[in-house]
Design a protein around this ligand. Sequence first.
Ligand SMILES: Cc1cc2nc3c(=O)[nH]c(=O)nc-3n(C[C@H](O)[C@H](O)[C@H](O)COP(=O)(O)OP(=O)(O)OC[C@H]3O[C@@H](n4cnc5c(N)ncnc54)[C@H](O)[C@@H]3O)c2cc1C
Length: 374
Amino acid sequence: MWPQHWDGARLITFMVKNIRYKTKIAIIGAGQAGLSSAYHLKKLGLEIGRDFIILDEAPAPGGAWQFRWSSLTLSTVNKIHDLPGMSFEETLLPDETEVQANIAVPHYFDLYEKRFGLQVYRPTKVEKVYLQGHGFHIDTSDALFSALGIINATGTWGNPYIPLYPGAAAFRGEQLHTKDFKTADYFRHKHVIIVGGGISALQLLDQIAKVTSTTWVTRRPPLFRDGPFDDMAGHNAVAMVEERVRQGLSPQSVVSVTGLPYSAEIRDMEKRGVLQRRPMFSEITSTGVRWEDGSEENADVILWNTGFKSALQHLDAVIPKEPEGGILMTGRLATMVAKEPRIHLVGYGPSASTIGANRAGRAAAKELVETIGL
Ligand SMILES: Cc1cc2nc3c(=O)[nH]c(=O)nc-3n(C[C@H](O)[C@H](O)[C@H](O)COP(=O)(O)OP(=O)(O)OC[C@H]3O[C@@H](n4cnc5c(N)ncnc54)[C@H](O)[C@@H]3O)c2cc1C
């Protein structure tokens, strides 16, 4: 029942939220991993709307790509692999040379959803999943759903990671994360401490150092890789991450185990003197940072390029954690939660790349359909 004093609008919201839409499989997330899973469920004969649904909290197609900075172009990303059944290339305009990833990929996903009739409920944020009878209840920002199985494809963009350093709360400047970066121009006339040794850190350092002064700090000396990153190196990196999740350890990012390409951009940064790396500071002061040897530096901004963790908070009640804090994974491509085989995590751990997400979507669709007997 609802309180007597509620007006009509509030009553309608209450009723919509309390109708439970039943389905067999819920895909949470419509990025590369979620769309690939949906494609394969369809190929297995399941009907969208009746047998499975796709929920996504973002306002438009494109997964996390729609939120990435505009200077990230198809020539500065590693490589975006095609979704199954449709080429990315054919959706690009032929005369475009420098293509923004945050426009081209969402456009591709939009056409992909339309071509395969993959209607996505959006924006619908999954807030909590819990066990109910033979399946799961899925509590979202605008309706309740129930499903027998779940393919979770929520990526990492929603869960930026910033390590804790003493004094962080006292800092009077700005602390930003990779996720907040829009343009280098924003940092003009500010001194920026850039933290992190990954590809994003280097790309942002390169751009920001062209407009203002920077200090680059990393926990370990960065590992540069001379020569191309071939298929075998990629395979080994993925195998290493897969091994970790099969032991119930938290996954490392695939990129963190591949090393950084010693590219023309990196060589140029070296020449400009931008790559003078300092070790990690030990504390944050009100005006900047302090190292263990007592030396200090003032800063207007600390830009944390310290990565992301999987956005899985909504599954806390249904996925048991191992003592080390990871999730024990099993299945052909390690997408199945060992202690809850009706849940698959795609785009997680070894499949956290566009090619990995494609393969994981296929394996998860097949195994989940078998597990719940559809
Ligand atoms: C800067 C950057 C550059 C990269 N470059 C490359 C590259 O060149 N090549 C490559 O292969 N990979 C690259 N990656 C990794 C790649 O983007 C992803 O691994 C890949 O796209 C798989 O995406 P996904 O579907 O798992 O996640 P996403 O694209 O993040 O999609 C997740 C979806 O889930 C939705 N979602 C999240 N939480 C909820 C919730 N609670 N309820 C409902 N919906 C939710 C989000 O709205 C989003 O649409 C890059 C990553 C970054 C950060």
